[in-house]
Design a protein around this ligand. Structure first.
Ligand code: GLA
Length: 410
């Protein structure tokens, strides 16, 4: 969680930069941040051109870099305690299968758009829990893109930025994710949920009432099926689209199928595909209803929609797991909870819970105790607020030498 002040965060990072890259020249460096996200409702709808309602959270990835003439990209991750280097003009760059692929993927996308580097040293400080479904990878992509763009004195609008980072993940890392995570990390607004139309990429911001807390409960499990099953679900949705196109040529994604179309035509789909389509079609409607409920401050309705979303993900899209189901059932029994559901891709990771603020401390204790009693695992639990999207940390320029000197003096 972000607890340090911005100047403190910046000077700590400048110190680390000088330690990891002792050859760094004296010059001003800007530090960037990009947050993880939690999705309130609208799961597995983004890659079906549908609707989602995420918000950025208080966990973020930070980065700063300095350009040079080394012909290489050096990247150091504080969390991984590892430096990796890549030759920038390599003709057939291959993924390494680790965290650095997100960095390399973004740099390659920038380069294919004509933004070439002559050499760069990059420092990463990732605070978003990894593998928890809170978009640590999208935050990493966005922050790296911002730092590299700044180093090249280039600008990019936030929609193009989100798309570029999504392509890096689709094409270089090999995960066929949708646009939600990158878009939320780049464009969120503090105190608001973002209702995003993933077809037009139009976002509207809905205030989150001050009297509710968003509590994220981590199952502490990530089932190994996650990536394979995710890509398989995308394939199944594409199969559904091909089926409906036989009757409705205007259809280009599941977003275009109405409930009536599904009732009339869906009976010809194999059972598994029919369930997948049912989830996406009903989830899109739930997101729109949830947006309306949040606008009206009707948290009872919003909560019910969250529970229905979870049931649909569990029974029809089949991306939940016993640990997520347990967390949702435990939350349902606690007074002061409006709604609870899995958030993110599924197969482990976290639930998001909408809880009356006055009940949130007791809720945290109750969830920690009850989950431990049933599973023997201590869940990580975070009470979070809707944060701002990515940007520079403290707009003023920071001076590397001054910072290292003051350290020497103290
Ligand atoms: C992951 C993907 C997103 C989205 C969710 C499921 O987080 O990165 O694009 O598809 O799963 O809603």
């Amino acid at each position: 969680m972000t607890t340090d002040s911005e100047p403190a965060v910046r000077s700590k990072l400048l110190e680390s930069f000088a330690t990891v890259f002792p050859d760094a020249k004296e010059r001003s460096l800007r530090v960037f941040r990009a947050p993880g996200r939690v999705n309130l409702i609208g799961e597995h709808t983004d890659y079906n051109d549908g609707f989602v309602m995420p918000m950025a959270i208080d966990f973020e990835v930070r980065s700063l870099c300095e350009t040079n003439r080394s012909g290489k990209l050096f990247v150091h991750s504080i969390q991984q305690q590892q430096t990796v280097d890549f030759t920038l003009d390599e003709t057939t760059p291959a993924a390494r299968g680790d965290w650095s692929d997100y960095v390399r993927g973004v740099q390659l996308q920038l380069s294919s758009g004509g933004l070439h580097l002559s050499g760069v040293s990059l420092l990463i400080d990732g605070q978003v829990p990894i593998g928890a479904g809170l978009s640590s990878s999208a935050a990493l992509e966005i922050v790296v893109a911002l730092a590299l763009l700044d180093a090249m004195h280039a600008e990019m609008d936030r929609t193009t930025l989100a798309r570029l980072c999504q392509r890096a993940e689709n094409e270089f890392v090999g995960a066929r994710c949708g646009i939600m995570d990158q878009f939320a990390s780049a464009n969120s607004k503090a105190g608001h949920a973002m209702l995003l139309d993933c077809r037009s990429l139009q976002a509207t911001y809905v205030p989150v009432p001050e009297h509710v807390a968003l509590v994220i409960c981590n199952t502490m499990v990530k089932h190994s099926v996650a990536t394979g099953e995710y890509n398989q679900r995308r394939g199944e949705c594409e199969e559904c689209v091909r089926y409906f196109q036989r009757f409705l040529p205007h259809v280009s994604s599941l977003r275009d199928i109405t409930e009536e179309d599904f009732r009339e035509l869906g009976t010809g789909l194999p059972m598994v595909l029919s369930r997948r389509a049912k989830h996406v079609i009903s989830e899109n409607l739930r997101v729109l209803q949830a947006g309306q409920a949040l606008r009206e401050g009707d948290l009872q309705t919003l909560g019910k929609l969250m529970y229905s979303s979870h049931a649909s993900l569990r029974d029809d899209f089949q991306v939940s797991c016993p640990e997520l189901d347990l967390l949702v059932e435990l939350a349902r029994r606690f007074p002061g909870v409006y709604g609870s559901r899995m958030t993110g891709g599924g197969f482990g990771g976290c639930t998001v819970n909408l809880v009356e603020k006055t009940a949130s401390a007791q809720f945290v204790n109750y969830m920690a105790r009850s989950y431990y009693e049933k599973t023997g695992m201590q869940p990580d639990i975070y009470v979070t607020t809707a944060a701002d999207g990515a940007g520079p940390i403290d707009n003023s320029q920071a001076n590397l030498r001054r910072c290292t000197e003051s350290k020497a003096l103290s």
